[in-house]
Design a protein around this ligand. Structure first.
Ligand code: ZN
Length: 392
């Protein structure tokens, strides 16, 4: 592998306060050297050592690749008509997931792989270099295993979400389904997953059911994540904190006790602006979380029902406009915050030793991600030291 010098960086976001100003570790007139798939050097452009290849950033802004810590990329079909109906006044209910479960079960392996890879590439083109991918549209032992195999071809951060909803064949027998999810299905899926997740919310799983699945998953060696408090105030956030989950995701409806619990924990609050946008729901108060000292991540929640976007620049813009994050906080949340939510220290920053994942924006500063909403500002994407999008 050859080394790559990225120079003439107008503004570099390292997310390493030791390398520059503020929490984003900002540096002007900077350069980076990638070698062996890692960041080998960061500093003033004029002092950069020689490298085998050179990439001229042309005065643009460079930041760490986005870390999307919450996606559902393994599915078939779409729900554009459901979205359209909702936009004419019908509220979102968790039961819509069953439509995608039926389509996913009926799909061929090839169709699932093709869709998942297409979405991952779409995300990459928008600057996402690290993805978490969940199962959760199979909901049989065989279909959850199949979904995790597809997810595993995209990422090491695979998440077992057998407890997404109760599938139709278990209607009225939710506890029997929970026993399957925490038993035979978990045993088959745990070797293919790093994480387990439960949709603990109104119309999905209650606190006892979620606890059963999460404690069994933890005993199987999986890290924990929880879909919590999206549709109503409920026990999801408290349970996530109590069980030491890496992340409580959505956090739309929070009590004072929920905010305090998150602030006193290592559990990241992952906000998913695409979900409120696409369901016309109230946005969570990100400002309240940050002011309380909670670590906040931003992720896409890409799924065909309630947030069919892979685009983290879009999520940054909405989080700034609607959730009270500053542009700096939103960019941190979509990079370093996502890494925290996945308990990874090798991504989400550009300190020496980090993975060589970076985005060059066609803009002088990261502020433009929120300032110019909907504009495709991603100029070049480097992943593992290779230029994968943009000038080669
Ligand atoms: Zn989700």
């Amino acid at each position: 592998m050859t080394s790559l010098l990225v120079d003439r960086i107008g503004l570099l976001i390292t997310n390493d306060p030791a390398r520059g100003d503020g929490p984003l570790g900002l540096r002007r007139d900077a350069a980076l050297i990638f070698d062996g798939g890692r960041v080998a050097w960061v500093g003033v452009a004029s002092a950069a050592p020689a490298a085998d290849r050179r990439l001229d950033a042309g005065g643009r802004c460079v930041l760490p690749g986005f870390v999307d810590s919450h996606t559902h990329l393994v599915f078939a079909g779409d729900r554009a008509l459901e979205f359209t109906a909702r936009m004419t006044g019908r509220p979102y209910a968790a039961g819509g997931i069953a439509t995608t479960v039926a389509a996913t079960r009926a799909a061929t392996d090839e169709a699932l792989v093709a869709r998942a890879f297409a979405l991952a590439y779409e995300a990459l083109e928008a600057g996402t270099t690290t993805l978490e991918v969940k199962s959760g549209y199979g909901l049989t032992v065989a279909d959850e295993v199949r979904s995790l195999r597809v997810a595993g071809a995209l990422t090491g951060d695979t998440t077992y979400l057998g407890a997404h909803v109760v599938p139709p064949e278990y209607a009225g027998r939710a506890d029997d389904y929970v026993a399957l999810v925490a038993g035979e299905m978990l045993a088959a899926c745990a070797p293919l997953a790093r994480w387990a997740d439960v949709f603990c919310d109104e119309g999905a799983f209650d606190a006892d059911q979620a606890r059963t699945v999460l404690t069994a998953a933890r005993a199987s060696g999986l890290g924990l994540r929880v879909h919590a408090n999206q549709l109503a105030r409920g026990p999801g956030v408290a349970l996530a904190v109590e069980l030491g989950a890496a992340s409580a995701d959505h956090c739309t409806y929070l009590s004072v006790a929920d905010v305090d619990a998150l602030a006193g924990s290592d559990t990241v609050a992952t906000l998913l602006p695409g979900a409120e946008f696409s369901t016309r729901a109230p946005y969570p108060d990100g400002r309240r979380l940050l002011d309380a000292g909670v670590t906040v991540a931003l992720a896409s929640d890409c799924n065909p029902g309630s947030s069919y976007t892979t685009n983290l620049p879009f999520c940054i813009a909405v989080a700034v406009r609607e959730m009270g994050l500053t542009p700096d906080e939103a960019v941190w949340a979509a990079t370093a915050g996502g890494a925290r939510a996945l308990r990874r220290d090798d991504v989400g920053h550009l300190g020496v030793g980090a993975r060589a994942d970076a985005v060059i924006l066609d803009a002088p500063a990261h502020l433009h991600l929120a300032y110019r909403p909907g504009v495709p500002l991603v100029h070049t994407v480097v992943r593992g030291g290779d230029v994968v999008v943009g000038p080669g």
